[in-house]
Design a binder for this molecule. Structure first.
Ligand SMILES: Nc1nc2c(ncn2[C@@H]2O[C@H](COP(=O)(O)OP(=O)(O)OP(=O)(O)O)[C@@H](O)[C@H]2O)c(=O)[nH]1
Length: 514
């Protein structure tokens, strides 16, 4: 009996265990299905964000369908979690970048003068709103749409106004390039103030009309330069020609008048001679003394007249000669004045040609001349000779943050500091942009690094203050010593490569090529 009841109890237990097992596996299947469903939705939601993530999710879904437990897929899940995390940071980064570029565009929009007041206000609110970070792309897209609508209303307004041209980033770029080009052109002293005004007008807020005006003015200044140079030579040639023809005229005048007066003189001489002969004949022929007296008196009177005429002729000749000599002297004086002015102009032009107009340091042409000269010295005496290339660090950010004319002033101040930190026998030129080349003779290898570091520190210690902000500007320097059998250009290239290294090793440093 007891065993019968035990068996039925066991049966009961077995039945309920079976039911429980069935429930558990049903539950598991349900869980697995929900997981599959979840992964399916996650795949859809993430689709297109990252190919790697897409592939991993598809593979996981595929694996889970064939498996009766998802434990095997745990490593894949961990990987996907990692990818999702990365994706999150990537998206956040992109959103932040998007927000920053929207803010930049908005700042540019705020600079446009012709924005209607109402839109101006909306833009200001929008800008405040942009200060808050975005969390999803859905925060970002409407902002872009809004921005486009601002553009549209500004464009609309401008179309209605009709005359003012819209300032595009391309125009700003052109203005920037023009300003840079101006820095590289050598203008005459009397043109420089005008050029500075144009340069100022090109920094920061420009209008398209300003840009066009600037182009026109610069072009006419350049043309004027060319024309002036040409007319200077022309003036000189004309003056030279005038003077030469004056000389020729004087010579031929004096020849002609000489010829004429020679004939006259000959005739006069003949007359005088014949008078004298007549007197002689009279003395021989005439016996009556009274008659002789009157004859002689008559002859003498005509001799006197002839002599008087002769004297008058000679005086006239003398006066004519003096006059033509004076004309010739005046012409020659004029010519030599002209030649001096021309010489001065050429000298001035030569000086301009060798000086950088912005910094007044020697320019690239002057550098080449000096390099040749130092190279010749080196070949003769074999004393040490160094070439160093210095470049201002992050100079672009000075232009970007404080404007091109502040950039120009910075270049001027640094140029002076470089020049003042060198000895008389040393040389610095502006090679271009924010790059300078130093030629340093007679310094030993053990001293050069210390010497260049002094130059670097000198620049670093300049107390720049822009927009009430104390700024430290630094330079990186690369240097090389000329080697036996090396051309100086090769030394320059090694110095430039050392500068490149200095730039890559955190800047504000001196690197010597060894
Ligand atoms: N204001 C002004 N800027 C100039 C002149 N010549 C060149 N520049 C600017 O100098 C900047 C040089 O920038 P980059 O070559 O990028 O170098 P950087 O910003 O100094 O950076 P690193 O050299 O890498 O430290 C550019 O923005 C040029 O427009 C000039 O005569 N005046």
């Amino acid at each position: 009996m007891a065993s019968v009841s035990q068996v039925s109890l066991l049966k009961q237990k077995l039945h309920s265990a079976k039911t429980a097992l069935a429930e558990v596996s049903e539950q598991k299947e349900q869980n697995q299905n929900s997981l599959l469903q979840f992964i399916g939705h996650l795949s859809l939601a993430c689709k297109g964000q990252s190919i790697e993530l897409d592939n991993k999710l598809a593979k996981l879904r595929h694996n889970l369908i064939g498996q009766d437990s998802f434990e095997q897929s745990l490593p894949e899940l961990v990987e996907i979690e990692h990818l999702l995390k990365n994706q999150y940071h990537h998206v956040m980064g992109q959103l932040e970048e998007g927000r920053a570029s929207l803010s930049k565009v908005i700042r540019q929009l705020q600079r446009v003068n012709s924005v209607p007041d109402k839109v101006k206000k909306e833009i200001a609110y929008f800008k405040q709103d942009l200060g808050k970070p975005f969390h999803t792309y859905w925060d970002y897209f409407p902002k872009v749409e809004r921005l486009v609508s601002f553009y549209e209303s500004i464009l609309q307004q401008q179309l209605e106004q009709g005359d003012k041209l819209e300032v595009l980033p391309k125009h700003r770029q052109l203005a920037h390039e023009l300003a840079q080009m101006i820095s590289e052109i050598e203008f005459r002293k009397d043109q420089r103030d005008q050029v500075l005004v144009i340069k100022d007008s090109l920094s920061d807020e420009i209008e398209v009309e300003t840009l066009i005006d600037a182009y026109q003015t610069i072009l006419s200044l350049l043309l004027e330069n060319i024309a002036l140079e040409k007319s200077a030579s022309q003036e000189f040639l004309f003056a030279l020609n005038d003077a030469l023809s004056a000389v020729r005229e004087v010579v031929s005048d004096s020849y002609n008048s000489n010829q004429r007066s020679y004939q006259l003189k000959k005739q006069l001489n003949r007359e005088i001679n014949s008078r004298v002969d007549n007197v002689g004949d009279a003395i021989i022929d005439i016996d009556d003394i009274n008659h002789l007296k009157s004859q002689v008196t008559e002859q003498l009177a005509s001799i006197r007249t002839a002599l008087g005429r002769k004297e008058a002729l000679e005086q006239r000749e003398q006066a004519m000669l003096r006059k033509s000599m004076e004309t010739m002297r005046d012409e020659l004086n004029e010519l030599s004045k002209e030649a001096n002015a021309y010489k001065e102009r050429l000298f001035e032009q030569q000086k301009i040609n060798l000086l950088d107009s912005l910094t007044q340091l020697p320019n690239r042409a002057a550098l080449e001349e000096r390099m040749e000269q130092e190279y010749r010295n080196y070949q003769r005496h074999k004393h040490p000779l160094w070439v160093a290339v210095a470049d201002i660090d992050h100079f672009k950010s000075i232009n970007d943050n404080f404007g091109h004319s502040t950039g120009d002033k910075t270049l001027q101040v640094i140029s002076m500091a470089l020049k003042n930190s060198l000895r008389e026998s040393e040389f610095v030129a502006r090679y271009g942009g924010e790059e300078f080349v130093l030629i340093i003779p007679d310094v030993n290898a053990s001293d050069i690094e210390h010497m260049l570091n002094r130059v670097r520190e000198k620049v670093k210690n300049i107390p720049f203050k822009f927009k009430n902000q104390r700024i430290t500007v630094t330079v990186s320097i690369g240097a090389a010593q000329i080697l036996e059998n090396e051309q100086i250009n090769e030394t320059f290239e090694r110095a430039d490569a050392a500068l490149y290294k200095a730039k890559h090793e955190s800047r504000d440093r001196v690197i010597i090529d060894n």
